[in-house]
Design a protein around this ligand. Sequence first.
Ligand code: ATR
Length: 286
Amino acid sequence: MNTGAPRMAGVIGWPVEHSLSPRVHGYWLKKHNIAGDYVRLSAPPEDFETIVWKAAAEGFRGANVTVPHKEKAAALCARLDPAAEAMGAVNTLVFEPGGVIAGLNTDGYGFMQNLRAGAPGWSARRPAAVLGAGGAARAVCHALKDAGCGEIRIINRTLARAEALADSLGGGTVYAWEDRAAALKGAGLLVNTTTLGMTAAPALEPGLEPALEIDMSALPKDAVVTDIVYTPLETPLLAAAQRRGLTAVDGLGMLLHQAAPGFEAWFGVKPEVDEALRAHLMAAGG
Ligand code: ATR
């Protein structure tokens, strides 16, 4: 049991109401019997910096940062970890003594931990095909590159965004959205980072985003398919992959694993991502 003032952390976003992070950190705080709290901090873009410094002044240990503030958060930091540096975006702030803010980007780490846990046989040796070129794709592609993936194929509706992402990686093959089926030939991994297939928020009715339509017949039989969408947990893409006998990895683990480094930095305990935590999140409609 800890003594002294409760330790505080939170998630800063706009909107932030649907964030599942308070449920994840709340679970770990309770499990480890830590006197602390993790709260939502709603921050319209023009108030982001003020809200960060106010939280730091109030004794918060740090915060997660979500859309649309990740780039702005990087600009506030005195120090960035290599992933945040490479992406120019931060999802985890650590408030240090003396008014110093350190920034981490754990999205790619979360993606990779989830992939390794769900598909232990996955190897970086074969090409990876990534659908999408937004912030999530950036984290996934950087993580794949760091894991030693030699060929990353970026498939996006807006080609210019795919090209910009390939440039920032220092390489990558770019495919038009219409050519997505052909881009899967010989790939060991398919990742969806687009919003297609997602319901807007837990417990809302499905169908708010169109399903992702993709012909997966060019994927080798032992390929892995993963979706960073986790509402619903089994997206139409993952269901189709399973029907083909491919290994399907859902996206909930990415959310859970990306949260762990922040929890450790703020609360001093390395938390576990296990089935009980997944069940806790799913009971919330996640
Ligand atoms: P995030 O930062 O969470 O990745 P984002 O930057 O809004 O979010 O990116 C969303 C991704 O989903 C983009 O790759 C987007 O394609 P564009 O770059 O062409 O916008 C993709 N996406 C969204 N709706 C789509 C649709 N109907 N068809 C194909 N791709 C779509």
